[in-house]
Design a protein around this ligand. Structure first.
Ligand SMILES: *[C@@H]1O[C@H](CO)[C@@H](O)[C@H](O)[C@H]1NC(C)=O
Ligand SMILES: *[C@@H]1O[C@H](CO)[C@@H](O)[C@H](O)[C@H]1NC(C)=O
Ligand SMILES: *[C@@H]1O[C@H](CO)[C@@H](O)[C@H](O)[C@H]1NC(C)=O
Ligand SMILES: *[C@@H]1O[C@H](CO)[C@@H](O)[C@H](O)[C@H]1NC(C)=O
Length: 432
């Protein structure tokens, strides 16, 4: 809506300016006896050209006119700059929220995209090793600075966190290199030497070690940069990124029902979550346990970030979008379209066909949407894996988070397992 409104306003203002200019031009014309008064409104850029041509003559015609001329020139410059703008997107999530999948929406975009998958993995690893636990303040600062450099195609700070330390900007240790199409491209694929890095596969080709100087060059040649991370705790910590005039930052926060996330983590990270598994079968859950506190901490961080984003403070205006995992799973094509529209990056046919191949999305009249019923079942499958008493604990410590994102509370085992009741409320978070 806001975009439409802006276009309307710009259009109207342009018309008014052109109309005024035409009047002035007629007046001027009369004086100059220039016969060709335009009959149809000129495009601003064409008009600026005429003005430039007659610059010397017009300069003597007064302040108002020069002011008008400058405004039109500025308008043209701003518009051209915007059209060329490079986009920088940070996909913010936590584990088990489908962030790798959503990351692929961007990774698949094509030639003009530079996508990085979890570069902060190295930072977290080293900070944890160094201090034996993460100092949240120090981590937040390091994350922000590394991200800022990476969006500017500078790998030097990230390099200092990679182990073993790259020599001459060459490394074989970049975390999940093969998850970034752009790091496996021909131009970034240094010769593969048989017998030396025999096992180094990079998507469809075999590449030698990664030359980060080459990666940086490739990055600079692309207009759009997308980084996915599950490590940033607070959106607020990234304010200086949003305010960096060299970047056109946008943030997409991906969230999911915390009960489903816990159910998924109990399966995926069985060792780390063995306390929860014990509680699932055994006795009472100690509400002041570290694990429960950690769950609450995670929920609070996610909610606080979303609250900042949805409030749209000036530094974030137009730069924040909230997306629920459940909506992506049910309507992948619709949500991808919305995310691309928000990002300002062209939604290529390559992305569309990737989504069609990897989801149950199907073509329908008037648009492309997923087959809702089946995916809804998939999305709510966790309800049959998670005991009611665990769901209750999540509801107790993550209540405000559930409410904010529109996830319905369950009041009994029966309600939890009742397929006819959806726990996902319809919500629209972003009004553009
Ligand atoms: C137009 O005239 C002004 C004032 O004489 C001058 O400062 C400016 O450089 C001129 N612009 C062009 C494009 O000739
Ligand atoms: C955490 O890091 C900050 C910033 O680097 C530092 O000022 C603070 O002393 C650190 N805290 C601890 C407990 O190490
Ligand atoms: C890495 O790439 C850069 C830029 O293409 C090149 O100048 C440099 O020689 C490469 N380094 C190695 C060790 O091949
Ligand atoms: C639902 O999706 C599953 C795959 O997740 C598929 O095997 C099944 O056939 C689908 N069922 C219907 C009714 O479309």
């Amino acid at each position: 809506m806001r975009i439409k409104y802006t276009i309307l306003v710009v259009f109207f203002v342009t018309l008014v300016i052109i109309e005024k200019e035409n009047k002035i031009l007629s007046r001027v014309s009369d004086k100059l006896i220039v016969k060709q008064t335009p009959q149809t409104p000129l495009q601003p850029s064409a008009f600026v050209n005429i003005l430039l041509k007659y610059n010397a003559t017009f300069t003597s015609l007064g302040k108002d006119f020069m002011l008008m001329k400058r405004r039109l020139e500025d308008h043209t410059v701003v518009r051209d700059r915007t059209r060329r703008t490079k986009k920088h997107i940070l996909l913010l999530a936590t584990t088990r929220t489908g962030s790798s999948f959503v990351g692929e929406f961007f990774n698949q975009q094509g030639e003009n995209m530079f996508y990085l998958f979890e570069p902060l993995w190295h930072v977290e690893k080293m900070l944890t090793l160094d201090t034996g636990g993460t100092n949240a303040t120090a981590a937040a600062k390091a994350y922000r600075e590394v991200l800022q450099q990476l969006f500017l195609c500078d790998f030097s700070l990230l390099e200092s966190f990679i182990e073993p330390l790259p020599v001459d900007h060459i490394t074989t240790a970049l975390f999940r290199r093969e998850s970034s199409s752009s790091l496996c491209e021909e131009s970034v694929c240094s010769p593969f030497i048989k017998g030396v890095f025999e096992r180094y596969h990079c998507r469809t080709r075999r590449c030698g070690p990664l030359n980060l100087t080459m990666a940086s060059k490739s990055c600079q040649q692309k207009d759009h940069k997308v980084i996915k991370s599950v490590r940033v705790r607070q959106l607020e910590n990234l304010r200086s990124l949003a305010e960096d005039p060299r970047l056109d930052m946008k943030f997409i926060q991906l969230v999911r029902d915390p009960r489903a996330v816990l159910a998924s983590r109990m399966i995926a990270f069985a060792n780390k979550y063995k306390n929860w598994k014990e509680w699932a079968t055994g006795g009472r859950i100690p509400i002041d346990d570290d694990e429960v506190r950690k769950l609450k901490g995670n929920c609070d961080n996610i909610r606080l970030s979303a609250e900042v984003g949805l409030k749209q403070p000036p530094w974030l205006r137009g730069r924040y979008m909230l997306v629920r995992y459940e909506d992506i799973a049910r309507f992948p094509m619709r949500k991808a379209t919305e995310m691309y529209k928000f990002s300002g990056i062209p939604f290529t046919s390559q992305v569309k066909s990737w989504i069609l191949r990897n989801t149950h999305a199907s073509k329908e009249a008037g648009g492309v949407y997923s087959t809702q019923k089946n995916s809804s079942e998939q999305v709510e499958k966790w309800r049959f894996n998670l005991p009611f008493k665990i769901a209750q604990v999540v509801q107790r410590v993550c209540g405000p988070t559930l409410k904010l994102f529109g996830y319905k509370f369950v009041s009994s085992e029966k309600m939890l397992k009742d397929k006819s009741i959806s726990l996902i409320e319809d919500r629209r978070f972003n009004i553009f």
